[in-house]
Design a protein around this ligand. Structure first.
Ligand code: ADP
Length: 324
């Protein structure tokens, strides 16, 4: 094994050890707010609450049984859109749907029900991370149980983004050892990329995200030059106020609705080393990196899950699992 390989493994091991001694509680800020939505709320209203509070997901609470009822994310709104498209005659009912009907909507359009995974906040972070990766959830709720009453409490929600940020900020001594380029370790996706054009309809892009189970699609021009990235969360402002018709609008129009503080897109190149990717994660609000060449031609996509999978499982015998 070359010294560079050895260092890389040493760095990976360092991060894994760190994740085993830290818990999800450690990732949470000292003070934070948590918005939990009652499962009886109308879907239409829940959308307004997310927009008003500038959030893209929220845990759901079943107040009849005093139980955690899953996590509301942009995927649920995408499912409602798919439902509306398959059953346009139901548009009046769509307005009346409550959050508790989301599971019925999933069944009606025949999509796989997202597992309602949760993790105890006191468990090692490594466990929260590997649960998230295995279930393909991009975020999981931290649910605590009161020893005496047995009642559940939703403490917070932990995301891939937060975990990767936590790793990048706290383990620089380990990540700085990862000097292999993303090409050398074959990190990211480079073939069969889902892309779109500014003039494509939002609906078509949503369909390709659902079919491929991905959270973003690069927007390119006719020369394969990257112009932007359409993300699953961009769907939320599009359907504000029940405007399902607006999904016929173009990607360009939808992107114009982004909030002013939208952080922009992040790019990298195949010759970038993993330590420099961690540096970008440390310094910026990165949700994925678009891999480009010197002339901004699209080469690939590097998702947070690609990075986390590598960091947790690379080289672990029997523990690495293929992408599905
Ligand atoms: P994350 O789980 O971090 O949100 P995604 O769900 O978007 O990331 O990505 C899941 C997998 O699909 C990753 O391996 C990623 O490289 C790949 N992927 C992401 N976007 C695209 C795309 N537009 N075309 C093809 N593959 C993609």
């Amino acid at each position: 094994m070359s010294p560079i390989d050895e260092e890389q493994l040493q760095g990976l091991q360092g991060v894994r050890d760190f994740l085993r001694i830290r818990t999800s509680y450690d990732v949470l800020p000292l003070s934070f707010r948590l918005i939990v939505l009652d499962n009886d709320l109308l879907i239409r209203k829940s959308l307004n609450i997310l927009i008003q509070n500038n959030i893209v997901s929220a845990p759901l609470w079943d107040s009849h049984n005093g139980r955690f009822a899953g996590l509301l994310t942009s995927t649920d709104f995408i499912n409602v859109i798919q439902y509306y498209n398959q059953f346009p005659e139901q548009i009046d009912n769509v307005e009346k749907f409550r959050l508790s009907s989301l599971r019925d909507i999933e069944k009606a359009i025949n999509v796989q029900t997202l597992e309602t995974v949760s993790v105890h906040p006191g468990r090692p972070l490594y466990e929260a991370c590997s649960r998230m990766l295995r279930s393909r959830a991009r975020r999981i709720p931290l649910v605590d149980v009161d020893d005496e009453t047995g009642r559940e409490t939703v403490v917070s929600v932990i995301t891939q983004y937060r975990i990767l940020k936590f790793i990048a900020v706290n383990t620089e001594q380990h990540t700085s050892l990862m000097k292999k380029t993303i090409r050398e370790i074959n990190l990211g996706t480079y073939t069969d990329l889902a892309t779109c054009k500014m003039t494509d309809s939002v609906l078509d892009v949503i369909n390709s995200m659902v079919v491929r189970n991905i959270s973003a699609v690069p927007v390119i021009d006719k020369n394969n030059v990257v112009l932007n990235v359409f993300e699953a969360v961009d769907v939320i402002p599009c359907i504000k106020g029940g405007a399902y018709e607006e999904l016929k609008s173009t990607v360009g129009e939808a992107l114009a609705q982004r909030p002013e503080d939208f952080p922009g897109i992040y790019t990298c190149q195949e010759d970038d080393r993993l330590d420099s990717i961690f540096q970008t994660v440390r310094q910026s609000r990165v949700h994925r990196l678009v891999v480009i060449d010197d002339d901004w031609h699209l080469k690939g996509i590097l998702s947070l899950s690609d990075i986390l999978k590598y960091v947790l499982f690379h080289g672990e015998e029997g523990d690495y699992f293929p992408q599905t």
